[in-house]
Design a binder for this molecule. Structure first.
Ligand code: HAM
Length: 421
C-alpha cells in the first residue's frame, strides 16, 4: 500500500480529470459505492474458486456482519443498481467510478495491495455495438493520456449453455492430465476447470496449451454476437487480437472479454493496464431483473507508469515575505485578501532572513515575492519581486491586493484558483 505524496498527486489529478472527461463524453455519470460490502457479495459474484476470493480478500467480522474491503468495483455497482431499482428508472445506465481497491496479492512493480481503479459499468444493453464501444472507450482513453504501446486482446466466453458445454470439454481434456496440474488446479478441476486456463503455473500452462477453445463451441446466438463485436471494432478502427486463451480471473463474465496489455515500458509481468467484459447474469443473480451488463476497470498506478510527464506541485502565485512584526501582521491580511481574489498564496511567518525567504519563494516556483518590511509599511508601500521577469519595484500598500492579483493571475492558465503553474 503506497503513500502518494503531493508531488505525485498532481499527476493523479490529471489522470482522474482525463478519465472523468472521457467517461462523461461517453454518457457515463459517477457512482460512489462503499469500500465495504458483505463478503458473500464478492464470493458469489466473483466466484468462490477465483484467486481473488480464495486468497486475496481482506475480510473480517464486525457487529455480526461478515464484511470485505472491496477488491473490485463491479459487484458493488451491480448491488447498488439492484438495491435502488435503477432499471425501473431508466432503460440504460452508465456509471463510472474512481477509487481504491484492496487485494492481498504478492507485491511487485505495478501490483499493490491497495491500488486504484478507474472503471465503467453499463447496464441494460445486450448488443455487440456496446461491447465494441466499451473497448473503444478504453483504447481512446489510453490515446488521450498519451499511451500508445498497448494491444487489445479479445475473446468470447459465450453464454450459460455454451459455458456448460465448454466445461465438459475442459474436464475431458484435463482429467487425464490431472497429475501434471498444480495443486490449485487439481483442486479446482471438478468445480471450475475454466480457472486452470487462467493459471500462471508452468505446469498448468503446459497442460492448457492444447486445450479446446471456447470459440469453437459457441452456439449460434453467441457466434452472432461475437461476429458483431468484431465487425463493430473494425468499423471503429480499433486494432485488436483475438486471444483464445484469454479467460480473465473472475467468474462473472459471459460472452465478450477483453484485456489491454502494455507492449513496452517497465511493467513486465504486470502488463495488464485494464480489462473487462460482459456479465449478463449478475443483476439477476443479485435478485434483480434480467438486465445485461458490460464494464471494465483500469489500474491507475499502471497507467501512471506508462504516462509521460514529470511529477510537479502546484505553485503559489504570491509568496509573502514579511520582515518584522508589523510586516507579518500586514502580510496576514494581504494573504487573506489575495486568496479572496483567487490567488494561491504562501505566507512565510517564520520570521527568517530575506535571503532565505527569497530562496524559498524561488524553489516553490512562485510568480511574485512580496517583501513587507516594517519601514516600508510605515511609508505605505511594499516591494514586489517578479521572480519570472526578474524585476523589482515598489507599489502602494493601499490597493496592493488588486495589483498583485492581476499580475499573479496574468500568466496562470485556468484562472486563479489553482495559482500559477
Ligand atoms: P481486474 O482485471 O481484476 O478486473 O482488474 C482490472 C485492472 O486493475 C487490472 O487490469 C490492473 O490494471 C488493475 N489491477 C488489478 N489488481 C491490481 C493490483 N493488485 N495492483 C495494481 N493494479 C491492479 C476487475 O477488477 C473487474 N472488476 C473489471 C470489470 C469491470 N469487469 C467488468 N466490469
Amino acid at each position: 500500500m503506497n503513500d502518494i505524496l503531493p508531488e505525485e498527486v498532481e499527476r493523479w489529478h490529471k489522470l482522474e480529470a482525463a478519465f472523468r472527461l472521457h467517461a462523461e463524453l461517453h454518457g457515463y455519470a459517477e457512482v460512489r459505492t462503499p469500500l465495504l460490502e458483505p463478503t458473500e457479495l464478492f464470493q458469489h459474484q466473483m466466484g468462490e474458486t477465483t484467486d481473488v476470493v480464495e486468497k486475496e480478500m481482506y475480510s473480517f467480522e464486525r457487529h455480526g456482519d461478515q464484511l470485505t474491503v472491496r477488491p473490485e468495483g463491479t459487484a458493488g455497482a451491480a448491488r447498488a443498481y439492484v438495491e435502488h431499482a435503477v432499471h425501473a428508472k431508466e432503460p440504460v445506465t452508465r456509471w463510472y467510478y474512481l477509487g481504491p481497491m484492496f487485494r492481498g496479492e504478492r507485491p511487485a512493480k505495478g501490483r499493490y495491495r491497495q491500488f486504484y481503479q478507474a472503471g465503467c459499468e453499463l447496464f441494460g444493453d445486450p448488443g455487440p455495438l456496446c461491447d465494441a464501444e466499451t473497448i473503444d472507450l478504453v483504447a481512446g482513453f489510453l490515446h488521450r493520456i498519451g499511451v500508445a504501446d498497448f494491444v487489445v486482446h479479445v475473446n468470447s466466453l459465450g453464454s450459460a449453455g455454451t459455458r456448460a458445454r465448454y466445461r465438459e470439454a475442459l474436464l475431458a481434456h484435463f482429467a487425464p492430465r490431472k497429475d501434471k496440474l498444480s495443486e490449485d488446479s487439481q483442486r479446482r478441476l471438478e468445480r471450475n476447470p475454466l480457472r486452470i486456463l487462467d493459471s500462471k503455473d508452468p505446469r498448468d500452462v503446459e497442460a492448457a496449451s492444447d486445450a479446446p477453445s471456447i470459440l469453437d463451441l459457441l452456439d449460434d446466438a453467441d457466434q452472432a454476437h461475437w461476429a458483431g463485436v468484431l465487425r463493430c471494432l473494425d468499423v471503429l478502427g480499433v486494432p485488436y487480437v483475438v486471444d483464445r486463451s484469454l479467460v480473465r480471473g473472475l467468474d462473472y463474465y459471459t460472452r465478450t472479454l477483453f484485456e489491454v496489455k502494455a507492449t513496452a515500458g517497465e511493467l513486465g509481468s504486470q502488463s495488464a493496464l485494464g480489462g473487462g467484459g460482459r456479465y449478463d447474469n449478475m443483476v439477476a443473480g443479485l435478485g434483480g431483473p434480467s438486465v445485461p451488463a458490460i464494464g471494465f476497470a483500469m489500474g491507475m498506478e499502471r497507467l501512471l507508469t506508462m504516462m509521460q510527464g514529470e511529477a510537479s506541485r502546484r505553485r503559489p502565485g504570491c509568496y509573502l515575505a514579511p520582515l518584522g512584526q508589523v510586516g507579518a501582521e500586514r502580510a496576514l491580511l494581504l494573504a487573506k485578501q489575495l486568496r479572496d481574489l483567487g490567488v494561491a498564496v504562501e505566507l512565510d511567518g517564520r520570521g527568517g532572513r530575506l535571503k532565505a525567504m527569497l530562496r524559498r519563494a524561488d524553489s516553490l516556483g512562485a510568480r511574485l515575492c512580496v517583501i513587507l518590511g516594517d519601514a516600508e509599511i510605515e511609508r505605505g508601500v511594499v516591494q514586489i519581486k517578479d521572480l519570472v521577469a526578474h524585476v523589482q519595484e515598489e507599489i502602494p500598500l493601499e490597493g496592493a491586493a488588486r495589483v498583485l492579483a492581476d499580475r499573479a493571475l496574468e500568466f496562470s492558465p485556468g484562472g486563479g484558483q489553482r495559482g500559477a503553474r
